[in-house]
Design a binder for this molecule. Structure first.
Ligand code: XBP
Ligand code: MG
Length: 228
């Protein structure tokens, strides 16, 4: 039976990337006098690199900086503060149907967890706003792991903290790297795509949809049949 569902955050619980993280990265570049601006299309390409700090570092290197690690870390600290402010303001809404699914899962006694490669400084205020404080009993963040997605470490740590086996748990993701992380941890994975991820390679997913609420609402019963 289905004991828990582990949700990804970015792109899954909310559409955070295009108008949220991307803007915070650009504001952080400006604050540090870095001559970089990520437009919507370029940011989509850069999402292949999971984790904000490695993403900045890779693009600084692509622009000819030999040793960008320290600058990338400083810019990312600023970006993290800026996006934590956005999260605390409650400016980001859940994707349609997310709250209904989480409510249905809780009604059926299914535990809720989160596994993200993002930083805890913004993850905690964001999910408190999206799901209600305390709804997710396990929250694994990028700060907690050595290897970001597509490595399975975040999902393995979530299973460990839930004290559950992979077969009792279903993952909900939005992207190719997230799907690969969850699959490598042994989880059946539902992918709900968005504008940035609809073209990703999603082979291995138990189910692929492009919305939580269309054409019908995703339910606890719908996820339970995925559990082994
Ligand atoms: C999300 C990420 C993160 C965010 C930015 O991937 O890769 O890096 O883009 O957040 P996933 P940070 O949805 O698979 O968790 O700047 O805090 O890294
Ligand atoms: Mg995601």
């Amino acid at each position: 039976p289905l004991a828990a569902v582990v949700f990804d955050v970015d792109g899954t619980l909310a559409d955070t990337e295009r108008d949220g993280h991307r803007v915070a990265f650009n504001d952080a570049f400006a604050a540090h006098g870095v001559d970089l601006h990520w437009d919507v299309e370029r940011y989509g390409e850069l999402l292949e690199i999971t984790g904000g700090r490695p993403r900045i570092e890779a693009d600084l290197r692509a622009h000819g900086l030999d040793d960008p690690a320290a600058l990338a870390a400083a810019v990312h600290r600023t970006k993290t503060e800026l996006f934590a402010d956005v999260a605390r303001r409650g400016a980001i809404a859940p994707r349609p149907g997310v709250r209904e699914l989480v409510e249905d899962l809780r009604t059926h006694g299914v535990r809720i967890a989160v596994a993200t490669t993002g930083q805890r400084a913004w993850v905690e205020p964001l999910i408190a706003h999206l799901l209600g404080a305390g709804t997710a009993e396990v929250v694994v963040c990028g700060d907690d792991v050595a290897e970001l997605k597509p490595d399975p470490e975040a999902y393995l740590l979530a299973l460990d903290r839930l004290c559950l086996e992979a077969g009792e748990v279903v993952a909900v993701e939005d992207s190719g790297p997230g799907l690969r992380a969850a699959c490598a941890a042994g989880l059946a994975t539902v992918v709900v795509t968005n504008g940035y991820t609809a073209g990703h390679d999603l082979s291995g997913a138990a189910l692929v949809r492009d919305a939580f609420d269309e054409p019908d609402q995703l339910t606890a019963a719908g996820l339970a049949v995925m559990a082994l």
